[in-house]
Design a protein around this ligand. Structure first.
Ligand SMILES: *[C@@H]1O[C@H](CO)[C@@H](O)[C@H](O)[C@H]1NC(C)=O
Ligand SMILES: *[C@@H]1O[C@H](CO)[C@@H](O)[C@H](O)[C@H]1NC(C)=O
Length: 492
């Protein structure tokens, strides 16, 4: 009893004033003495001062932040005036002020778990799987029923072969580039020793006419075309000439191609997620918007949901979901707003969200061969005849593998930030593939979020789309045009 009382007295003494701790008896006695009322007065005064300081600080804060708001408001007004003037002259030359930053979720460190609220009354746990690429997993993102619905809708729509047998694009490319066999040989001969090792051929192109090349298939092809005359596994320039495009094609046709030799061996379909579609599909889209914290319009204007089915033996060798972007590269989704004459095009998939719709009995992991590797070097992907991109043989050598579990989602960024709040360079570490399914079937769905690294093109594209929607609604396009040019800012 006494102990607690005296310690309470001590606290009053230290926080209230500089008086010494009082012993319990004097404390009770001196309720009406001058010493006690003085310390009471001091305490009151201290609180009073703290209160006044708080009020002043609040006034300063209000004054300061409203000043900032005024600034930005007048800046916005200038912008919309500016774009309005321009848009009357020439709609294609509108300069969009970059006043929006793409949200990017922080990974903190591998193994970090954060709570995310995606559906009312439910919390999901999101775990960081790697920092390079920035990769997360969320168990139970989809319920069992939702997985079932998505698989059924895909079956209803019908799935098609993800890759046709032979694509014959190599010949076209060679003709277009107009290179002689000597020139190609020189390009392939990395160490310039006048001979082609198999790894030199594979480093340059893993894929020929849709066929995934391995040392084994190369040996088979050399034998079939009787190209490697002296059987040393190396090609001289004379031997290389025998491997002409025609000969290669003819060989493949004779031989027949097995599905396991293709880049990917699966079937897929696309499900739209707009208004009027199944509630589950719309719910998934809303959850993706919450998860990525992106403006809904960016998700709405992205590719539909892709549903993929791998049979036993199915695979997808490691690849990037989207390519590097150079100034002359166009994005598929914004082609509408770009100069279409460019020969380079990529899908500009800023984010990949991958959903596992079932738990696979054996295999079928998603492999990230170089996740969080210290360095990345394309040439090192094949070393000592081990090709890290080959998900039929070398998934066990990948830095990271995600097991397919029903309802789980993983998502990652295929591009880095440009440091100014927009899409930057491609993240080469985002390389990934589907390991071969050894038992059962594997069902997944992909949601890609397409954003053009060229801010102007993305903004112009969004404006064009909203204009088209407008024109189909009513014909007062000139009136609604102005309002939409400033809306495009906010949407972005
Ligand atoms: C597209 O390119 C042509 C010719 O290079 C040019 O005249 C035109 O202004 C360009 N259009 C846009 C929208 O940049
Ligand atoms: C992964 O990192 C190691 C160590 O830096 C490096 O030796 C290796 O070449 C890297 N792998 C690739 C594919 O770049």
């Amino acid at each position: 009893m006494t102990g607690t009382q005296s310690s309470q007295g001590g606290e009053v003494g230290t926080s209230g004033s500089a008086t010494l701790p009082l012993n319990p008896q004097t404390e009770r006695l001196c309720n009406k003495t001058s010493i006690c009322s003085r310390s009471y007065f001091v305490v009151v005064m201290v609180f009073f001062h703290v209160y006044i300081i708080n009020v002043i600080a609040l006034l300063f804060y209000v004054h300061y932040s409203s000043g900032q708001e005024d600034d930005s408001r007048s800046r916005d007004a200038q912008n919309s005036d500016h774009s309005r003037v321009n848009s009357r002259d020439a709609p294609s030359k509108v300069e969009y002020q970059r006043d929006f930053s793409l949200p990017r979720i922080e990974g903190i460190r591998v193994g970090h778990v954060q709570k995310v609220s995606l559906t009312p009354g439910k919390e999901h746990l999101m775990r960081t799987l790697s920092m390079k690429p920035l990769l997360f997993e969320i168990p139970n993102f989809l319920s069992e029923d939702e997985c079932q619905v998505v698989m059924q809708l895909a079956q209803l729509k019908g799935l098609m072969e993800s890759q046709l047998m032979v694509q014959g694009d190599h010949e076209e490319l060679v003709k277009e580039l107009n290179l002689s066999p000597e020139e190609i040989f020189n390009l392939l001969d990395i160490n310039q020793d006048g001979q082609l090792q198999q790894t030199e051929i594979l480093t340059h192109s893993r894929v020929r006419d849709g066929i995934w090349l391995t040392p084994d298939t190369l040996t088979e092809i050399y034998a079939g075309l009787k190209a490697d005359k002296n059987g040393d596994g190396l090609l001289s320039i004379e031997e290389f000439r025998l491997l002409s495009s025609d000969a290669f094609q003819r060989f493949l046709q004779q031989q027949g191609v097995k599905k396991s030799q293709l880049v990917r061996n699966s079937r897929h379909t696309w499900l739209y997620q707009g208004e009027g579609t199944h509630k589950v599909l719309q719910d998934i889209k809303k959850r993706v918007i919450k998860l990525t914290r992106l403006p809904p319009v960016l998700v709405d204007l992205s590719e539909p949901l892709q549903v993929v089915r791998y049979e036993e033996g199915g695979h997808y060798h490691a690849h990037h979901d989207s390519g590097p972007v150079y100034p002359e590269t166009a994005c598929t989704h914004t082609r509408l707003a770009a100069n279409t004459s460019t020969p380079f095009e990529t899908s500009c998939r800023y984010i990949t969200v991958l959903f596992y719709l079932n738990s696979v009995e054996g295999g079928g992991e998603t492999a990230f061969p170089v996740a969080d590797n210290r360095t990345y070097d394309e040439v090192s992907l094949i070393q000592n005849d081990v090709d890290l991109l080959d998900t039929r043989r070398n998934c066990d050598k990948s830095n990271l593998r995600v097991k397919p579990t029903k309802g789980k989602a993983v998502f990652w960024y295929n591009y880095l930030s440009d440091g100014k709040g927009w899409v930057g360079e491609q993240d080469e570490y985002a390389l990934h593939g589907g390991c071969v399914v050894t038992h059962g079937t594997k069902w997944v769905a992909n949601k890609w979020i397409n954003i053009d690294p060229d801010y102007q093109r993305q903004a112009r594209y969004q404006q064009l789309v909203s204009q088209q929607l407008d024109n189909s609604d009513d014909d007062s396009s000139t009136v609604s045009y102005d309002t939409h040019s400033s809306n495009a800012h906010q949407d972005l």
